[in-house]
Each structure stands twice: as structure tokens, then as C-alpha cells.
Write a protein that binds this ligand. Structure first.
Ligand SMILES: Nc1ncnc2c1ncn2[C@@H]1O[C@H](COP(=O)(O)OP(=O)(O)OP(=O)(O)O)[C@@H](O)[C@H]1O
Length: 256
């Protein structure tokens, strides 16, 4: 059975309909990415999946006993408030230290537990939010523009971490991103949303779909072409955070 099934969903705020006739499902262990322009209803869709928005029409079915983890777009914490990462992760009900350490390790930041929240970099902060979502051992992880504010190498590193989490825990992932070119290699399936589902399929299929290009065609992504190759050289000559790679992955380059 699907973890989540969205069936003919429409969402309205007052007289304004922001989503119409959206149907999708998320299966065990898959990574599904939702892309779409600002205001296309991406967050509303995620919020309906967690039960925070009532549909005007259609329905959302979550598998009974489904454990959800949610990584928000951003979270404001008063910078004058002294609070360690471990304390933050223990809120609100108290979480065992071993669970906190385990979640931080899974999020790729094993040594941050005693750091002050106010001193974290943007990338570290998002990893801590990821750790917070992982504490409950979710079967479905929902990410709402979780890399907003990170630069491209930071975003790419974050998505690689998501792939590692999926591989190690087997959880499914449903994420929103503006950055199809960055999430490309991490996603099994992409859904392009603009008030309705414009197109969907593998990242390669969506990137070349006319509907996707009509939406993003005037931006950089429209000028991007995808190529895939295997290589094992380093990237010292590129702006790629100095990481070497020895695995197959996707690259984008301009088509011009
Ligand atoms: N609580 C609300 N009340 C009224 N209108 C809302 C509410 N939440 C969202 N909207 C409107 O619904 C539309 C879709 O918003 P939503 O946040 O779902 O889109 P989005 O694709 O996530 O946008 P963005 O990429 O800018 O975050 C927007 O026009 C927004 O102004």
C-alpha cells in the first residue's frame, strides 16, 4: 500500500483555488520531488499531506500508523536565546541523548550536539532541522524547500545527505525544491506543479517536457541540458566544494 495517496485534491483559500485535481502517491523508499514556480501550491500540497490544510475537494490518505518527519522551509530562533543543539533537539518532550546523537550522525553532523544554535552556519542549521525530523524514525520524510538560503554546493551536499538517509533508513522522501538541476540525481520521480500537475516522470523526462520548459524556460534551468556520465576524478578545478567523486551522477550544462 502507498505511504500517502492524494486523490483528486483541490485546495482553496476563500474564493481562491490554488490547487485543482491533483493526484499522486508516494511509495515505500522512493524520493519524489515537487517542482513549480512561486505560488504554484507546493507548500499547500505538503501541508495537506500532514493534515494542516483541509481539501476543498478530493482526499489525502495516509497509511495508518505512518510516521512522518517534516523539515520546514525555515525556522526562526531568537539569536539571543542560549540553546545548544542537543537541548533544541530534546524539545519539547525530552529525547534520550543516544537518539539525539544518532539523529545528528544520520544528518551528517555527528559533532554538533554541544554547539550553540545561534552559531550554526546555514548548512549546519538545516542539518539540525533534518536531525530533528529523523528523531521519530520517519517512514516518510517531507522537506519544504529545505535548502533555501544555501549556495549550490551546500544544497548539493544536503541532497546527497538525503540520499544517504534514504539508503540507510529506507524511508521515502517527498520534497519541494526550486532547484531541479541540483536534486536531479537524488530524485526517482519529479512532479511539476502549477496549480495542477503539469507533468511528471523521471528527472530527465520532466526536464525535457514542454510543460516544464514553458514554466522554467526563461530562467537558467530552461537553458540547461542534462548529461550523465561516470567519472572518478576530483573537482579541484570546479566550484564544487572540493569534493572528489567516484560514483556516477548527473551534471547539467548550458545547452547554448
Ligand atoms: N493560508 C493562506 N491563506 C490564503 N492564501 C494562501 C494561504 N497559504 C497560501 N496562500 C496562497 O496560495 C497560493 C499558493 O501558495 P503556496 O505557499 O502553496 O505555494 P508555493 O508553490 O509553495 O509558493 P512558494 O514557492 O512561493 O513557497 C499563493 O498564492 C499563496 O499566496
Amino acid at each position: 500500500m502507498s505511504l500517502v495517496c492524494v486523490d483528486d485534491l483541490s485546495i482553496s483559500y476563500g474564493s481562491k483555488t490554488v490547487l485543482s485535481h491533483v493526484s499522486l502517491s508516494v511509495e515505500l523508499g522512493e524520493i519524489v520531488t515537487i517542482v513549480g514556480p512561486n505560488g504554484s501550491g507546493k507548500t499547500s500540497l505538503l501541508r495537506s499531506i500532514i493534515g494542516a490544510v483541509n481539501p476543498a475537494r478530493g482526499r489525502v490518505t495516509r497509511r495508518s500508523d505512518l510516521r512522518l518527519g517534516y523539515v520546514p522551509q525555515r525556522l526562526h530562533i531568537d539569536p539571543t536565546l542560549p540553546m545548544t543543539v542537543a537541548r533544541f533537539l530534546a524539545l519539547p518532550d525530552g529525547v534520550a541523548r543516544t537518539n539525539i546523537d544518532g539523529a545528528l550522525a544520520q544528518a551528517g553532523v555527528p559533532n554538533l550536539s554541544d554547539a550553540q544554535m545561534s552559531r550554526l552556519s546555514g548548512g549546519q542549521f538545516q542539518r539540525v532541522l533534518l536531525a530533528r525530523a529523523l528523531i521519530g524514525k520517519p517512514q516518510l520524510l517531507l522537506l519544504d524547500e529545505a535548502t533555501q538560503g544555501l549556495d549550490q554546493p551546500g544544497s548539493a551536499a544536503f541532497y546527497r545527505q538525503i540520499e544517504t538517509v534514504r539508503r540507510e533508513s529506507g524511508c521515502a522522501v517527498l520534497m519541494i525544491s526550486h532547484e531541479l538541476h541540483v536534486v536531479m540525481s537524488a530524485s526517482d520521480r519529479v512532479i511539476c506543479l502549477n496549480g495542477h500537475v503539469c507533468c511528471e516522470g523521471t528527472p530527465e523526462v520532466v526536464a525535457s517536457a514542454p510543460e516544464y520548459r514553458a514554466l522554467f524556460g526563461s530562467g537558467t534551468m530552461g537553458a540547461l541540458a542534462l548529461y550523465r556520465h561516470d567519472h572518478d576524478h576530483g573537482h579541484d578545478d570546479e566550484h564544487c566544494a572540493g569534493h572528489g567523486h567516484d560514483h556516477p551522477h548527473d551534471h547539467m550544462e548550458t545547452a547554448e
